[in-house]
Design a binder for this molecule. Structure first.
Ligand code: HEC
Ligand code: HEC
Ligand code: HEC
Ligand code: HEC
Ligand code: HEC
Length: 771
């Protein structure tokens, strides 16, 4: 840890900072004259019948409505307080109070999404829909993450005044810095205590008001009151960055909404799984990427060696800084989005197949790859299909996350002539309606609601089914294909450009959120996150000089192979990985990757041979052992599979996949006790793992644990997919052929056929707000 608190040198520095700034002396003067306004009212969480907290809580409880379960104040959120009682909002020191000492923290936080989580118009309008439709109690689901102070205050109750001063501060300093406990269920799965800025000499939170002088005289006890080691873990962030839509909210069934934490946990960045295609040399937590150390502008006594863990939480939110004119935040978010998040490789040309959606018909097609490394000749007027490989290399989770279909990220692909004139395009934005070309390749997941339309106003409580999910997982690649006729005449260079673009909200959602008048559109910043270009000519095309290569050829083939795997083109993936193996015979993962494609294709013998080669190169390679176990199990060799999977679990004790497979293999061996332990290990990481619920329901029954079995079965039944939901998606897609193309993992964007009769893919909305 970087803790340096309590050292005399550091204290001197803090005091110097506090006294050295003009702004601070001003605030200091205010403090002298109005001490009560800026003094924290810390209280002891160890409640006693007579404490003010208890009285406050009793008072609130008198009129508090609890429709979901008696005594469960905060459902449908998982938020709890330390004693189960409400907390007086007055006991939360304001951000302004912390900020008179922590100036840099305050300036950054103010511009962050956290500080503005419960005041931007689009959020308020969205949550108002829920309130109108179902009642304020249901908004407790949202506010456990968006407005925690209102939650624990018991202020989300019928008849309570809507806007309170703490709403303006959303997720404020004293919320995050009073978190006592967390678990990884998400949906607000943290325990909030009464804030305290100081502990007494025995380590108990101080109840009475605390002066600045006392804080400064006992900095170690200030630190201990506001900082805990687990704040530096991803589990801490998971509480609000993983979410489910429980049955209480939607009256339907449990649905997974956001799983950034689980995705991170399975990604290479966490270092907890052997399965990612590329491993990372070190672990990156959420904080590593989203709270990077940065140099100071304003005085900040909490800084370590002149560096401060960023309280801007740079991510993808460009609407908050634009709306509130937070120029610095805007600049930084845009930089963050452009900082090497995506790799784009215009990798191959497919020739000789006319606009085919069907790979089998295309195997005859010639593949020219990797572009830039090979010579080829183009016949004027011929149809080319361009294969663009897009890799999510910079985010430890999917882009964009699930149940976030109002965020918009897509590929803008253009064919330009030598003068720069755009001849063809997929992914433009209509200047009139602001809507994105519905045929664009977008990294989205489309939610269909109970009314059979797109869930356009983010009414997650009405979600029925995800029609399709084209988001890119961390480390994975997606293949995006465009076909067009080359110009019939030799007109010089033709430039192909693929750009990943992002805007926070699709036009429909922001127009709804900003309550725009019909026909008016709110304009948003579009960020070009990454871009790649290449040129072709009619006639002969020569390879580029090798020095211009951005990445190694074997890696290009590997990314292409991964994209083919995810597009379920297993034969082509085997061929792509064969190129990797021939370029890098020393690279164990090349053989493993080919084996994965072979396993998918049920060619277990070939997979076994490839895995043997991988193990010969790297005997301890857990990824090779994992897949070898799959092959062994298929061959009925359960002992060997168990031995391999046990080695994987020993190397990666938090690999959910390895525990799953080991549990299943034990189950096949009728070793129920051992199988149970594996599935319980999965649940310790993700308490809502669906397969674990299912398998534990069976295992507990076999082990005679009837109650536990019933519990797991009930949870499974609530969480499993609803077979009656699929028709909602099908009905929607039938009405929208332009997006239906996207549901197939292997599809082509036909640039010649961008006819005008595109039916608008805008959401069908039940609120009548569609514009
Ligand atoms: C009187 C000035 C003052 C006030 C008011 C104050 N702090 Fe601090 N805070 C400090 C100083 C000085 C340090 C540096 C402690 C050290 O170096 O040991 C610090 C350190 C911290 C740290 C870092 C602890 C660590 O171990 O890394 C956190 C977190 C923090 N404060 C949060 C808060 C919050 C939240 C509030 C408001 C509820 C607050 N502070 C109010 C002066 C203050
Ligand atoms: C588990 C915590 C959690 C819950 C519960 C939750 N949200 Fe959010 N919400 C977030 C986070 C985190 C973001 C931003 C980051 C992201 O989208 O991943 C967000 C973003 C949003 C946005 C976009 C805001 C912006 O400025 O970009 C809206 C609108 C929104 N939520 C509405 C709701 C509504 C309405 C509910 C209740 C039905 C709800 N949320 C429940 C955590 C939550
Ligand atoms: C969303 C939760 C959250 C909010 C809101 C928040 N903090 Fe923090 N804060 C953290 C976490 C997490 C860390 C530890 C980061 C790390 O070291 O990786 C931290 C660290 C700090 C530190 C020590 C920084 C360092 O470089 O070691 C200070 C000081 C601090 N916070 C003060 C504040 C103040 C003041 C506010 C309000 C203006 C605030 N925090 C708001 C979560 C939060
Ligand atoms: C108490 C709940 C809570 C906790 C704890 C929390 N967040 Fe958030 N976070 C939110 C909410 C709510 C939003 C979205 C606010 C909005 O846009 O309206 C958000 C937004 C963000 C964003 C901006 C997202 C975007 O779309 O740009 C990032 C990044 C982020 N959080 C990272 C973190 C990290 C890292 C941690 C752990 C150190 C953390 N958060 C802890 C509730 C929380
Ligand atoms: C390796 C760096 C990295 C790590 C680790 C990481 N992120 Fe991110 N995150 C990014 C990048 C880059 C983006 C912007 C691109 C995007 O939106 O996908 C982002 C975007 C986000 C957003 C806003 C995007 C959205 O649409 O909601 C949230 C919220 C977020 N991250 C939360 C988290 C949380 C929580 C964790 C830990 C469980 C985490 N991140 C771990 C790099 C990282």
């Amino acid at each position: 840890m970087r803790h340096v608190n309590g050292t005399p040198g550091n204290k001197r520095l803090s005091l110097q900072l506090l006294l050295g700034s003009g702004a601070l002396i001003l605030v200091g003067a205010t403090m002298l004259f109005q001490p009560s306004a800026l003094i924290a009212r810390g209280q002891n969480p160890n409640t006693h019948q007579s404490t003010p907290r208890h009285k406050y809580s009793e008072h609130i409880a008198l009129t508090y409505s609890e429709p979901f379960a008696k005594g469960a104040h905060f459902l449908p959120s998982n938020l709890e307080t330390d004693t189960g009682e409400f907390i007086d909002p007055a006991s939360f020191p304001t951000a302004r109070y912390c900020g008179h000492c922590h100036q840099e923290a305050h300036r950054q936080w103010r511009e962050s999404a956290h500080a503005n989580s419960n005041r931007a118009p689009w959020y308020l309008r969205n949550v108002e829909l829920l309130k109108q439709e179902k009642g304020v109690e249901f908004t407790r689901h949202c506010e456990g993450c968006h407005d925690p102070v209102a939650m624990v205050a018991g202020a989300l109750n019928p008849g309570v005044n809507n806007r309170r001063s703490f709403d303006e501060d959303g997720v404020t300093c004293s919320v995050c810095h009073s978190v006592q406990k967390v678990d990884t269920r998400g949906t607000g799965s943290y325990v909030l205590g009464v804030p305290a800025v100081l502990l007494d000499e025995k380590g108990a939170p101080i109840q009475r008001p605390v002066s600045d002088a006392e804080i400064l005289a006992h900095l170690d006890r200030h630190s201990a009151a506001v900082m805990k080691p687990f704040y530096k873990t991803s589990e801490y962030c998971s509480v609000c960055h993983k979410a489910a839509l429980p049955r209480q909210l939607n009256g339907y069934k449990w649905q997974r909404a956001i799983s950034l934490y689980d995705e991170w946990q399975a990604s290479a960045f966490a270092g907890e799984s052997p399965l990612p295609f590329y491993q990372k040399p070190q672990v990156s937590t959420c904080q590593t990427c989203h709270m990077q150390d940065e140099p100071l502008g304003l005085p900040e006594p909490g800084a370590k060696h002149g560096q401060f863990a960023s309280h801007r939480w740079l991510g993808a939110n460009t609407v908050i800084p634009a709306y509130y004119h937070y120029d610095e935040q805007m600049k930084r978010v845009v930089e963050f989005l452009k900082n090497d998040v995506f790799g784009i490789d215009i990798f191959a040309l497919e020739r000789g197949a006319e606009h085919s959606q069907d790979r089998s018909a295309e195997t005859a097609a010639e593949i020219v790859a990797p572009l830039g490394r090979v010579a080829y000749a183009v016949t004027p007027g011929e149809v080319l299909t361009v294969d663009v490989v897009i890799q999510n290399k910079g985010a430890a989770h999917s882009h964009v996350p699930e149940q976030r279909d109002m965020y918009q990220s897509w590929v803008d692909f253009t064919v330009q002539d030598q003068a720069g004139k755009v001849l063809k395009e997929s992914g433009s934005i209509s200047p009139e309606s602001g809507a994105l070309d519905p045929r664009a390749h977008s990294f989205t997941n489309r939610l269909i609601n109970i009314y059979g339309g797109l869930n356009g106003e983010h009414q997650v409580w009405s979600s029925r089914v995800v029609a399709y999910n084209n988001t890119i997982q961390s480390g994975r690649s997606q293949l995006v294909r465009y076909s067009f006729h080359m110009p019939a005449k030799a007109i010089g260079l033709i430039r192909l450009t693929a750009t990943v673009k992002y805007r926070r909200f699709n036009q429909h959602f922001i127009d709804f959120g900003m309550n725009m008048r019909p026909g008016k559109h709110y304009e948003e910043t579009v960020v070009a996150m990454a871009s790649a270009s290449m040129t072709i000519v009619n006639g002969n095309n020569e390879p580029l000089p090798p020095a211009t290569e951005a990445i190694d050829t074997w890696r290009r083939w590997n990314n292409y192979g991964v994209a083919l795997l995810d597009a379920r083109q297993y034969d082509a993936a085997v061929d792509a990985f064969a190129q990797v193996v021939s370029l890098r015979p020393d690279y164990a993962d090349g053989y493993i990757n080919r084996a994965i494609a072979e396993i998918q294709w049920q060619r277990f013998d070939d997979a076994g041979t490839d895995l043997a080669k991988a193990v010969a190169i790297a005997p301890d390679n857990a990824r090779a052992l994992y897949y070898r176990a799959m092959v062994e199990r298929t061959a009925g060799n359960l002992e060997a599979a168990v031995a391999d999977l046990q080695a994987v679990v020993a190397a990666y004790p938090r690999s959910r996949d390895a525990h799953h497979e080991l549990g299943f293999t034990f189950y096949q061996q009728h070793n129920y006790a051992a199988a149970r332990a594996e599935y319980e290990a999965v649940q310790a990481i993700d308490p809502d793992d669906l397969a674990a619920h299912y398998n534990l329901a069976i295992l507990y029954r076999r082990l005679g644990l009837k109650d536990q079995a019933e519990h797991e079965a009930a949870v499974f039944n609530d969480q499993k997919d609803d077979p009656n939901a699929a028709p909602y998606a099908l009905a929607y897609l039938r009405k929208h052929p332009e997006v239906a193309n996207e549901t197939s993992s292997w599809h082509t964007h036909d640039l010649d056929n961008t006819s005008d009769e595109i039916t608008d893919a805008l959401p069908t909305s039940f609120t009548g707000t569609q514009q």
